[in-house]
Design a protein around this ligand. Structure first.
Ligand code: ADP
Length: 193
């Protein structure tokens, strides 16, 4: 199994790169943001709970997020690999992911940070707001809150994987195809195993 964490601030291009990787390798793509939006659109109790946080740009509590993620992983026991997109976003989520991988006798093979500065992020997200239809994309203060939460709660997760020698940094301000090439250079050979 090859398991990859796509990591980076909101609007850094994780979803775009995950799509490329799915096409190339057939990995399972798990985006916790997409999962929450799906719950929201079906107006489930989980969606209603998550909305309170998402609308403000805050993180959904760990217990809720972890339970949802764990269920999705357990539904797909035999995949060739998993791309985690938007998870883990806190230290407790990272610790839990570690346990989950151990239970599967697997591990996280790499974490790739898509590095993009805050001004580029705000411009990108405001630009996509018209087409994404996401309430949290339309307001600059909500985008800035999401970025601040990334810096305060999520960025430390990079160090957790860096200490394990698994963290990589890619310039996410390049064109999508250049970013994809940089990711392929990291993932490429190892993912064939
Ligand atoms: P982006 O990376 O563009 O901010 P996502 O689609 O990854 O957006 O997430 C949207 C929202 O869903 C987040 O702002 C947060 O409220 C919630 N969310 C997604 N993943 C997590 C997570 N791992 N932990 C807590 N909240 C999450």
């Amino acid at each position: 199994m090859y398991n990859l964490i796509l990591f980076g601030p909101p609007g850094s291009g994780k979803g775009t790169q995950a799509d490329y990787l799915v096409k190339q390798h057939g990995f399972l793509h798990i985006s916790t943001g997409d999962m929450f939006r799906e719950e929201l659109s079906r107006d489930t109790p989980l969606g209603q709970e998550a909305r309170k946080y998402m609308d403000r740009g805050d993180l959904v509590p760990d217990e809720v997020t972890i339970a949802m993620l764990r269920k999705r992983v357990e539904q797909h026991p035999d995949v060739a690999g998993i791309i985690f997109d938007g998870f883990p976003r806190t230290d407790p989520q990272a610790a839990e992911l570690n346990d989950m991988m151990e239970e599967k006798q697997a591990s996280i093979n790499a974490l790739i940070l898509l590095d993009v500065d805050v001004d580029t992020i705000v411009q990108r997200i405001l630009g996509r707001a018209a087409t994404s239809g996401r309430a949290d994309d339309a307001k600059e203060d909500v985008i800035r809150t999401r970025y601040e939460n990334f810096i305060n709660y999520t960025a430390p997760v990079f160090d957790f994987y860096d200490r394990l020698g698994l963290a990589h940094r890619v310039n996410g301000a390049q064109s999508p195809s250049k970013v994809a090439q940089a990711i392929a250079d990291i993932v490429g050979p190892a993912a064939q195993d």
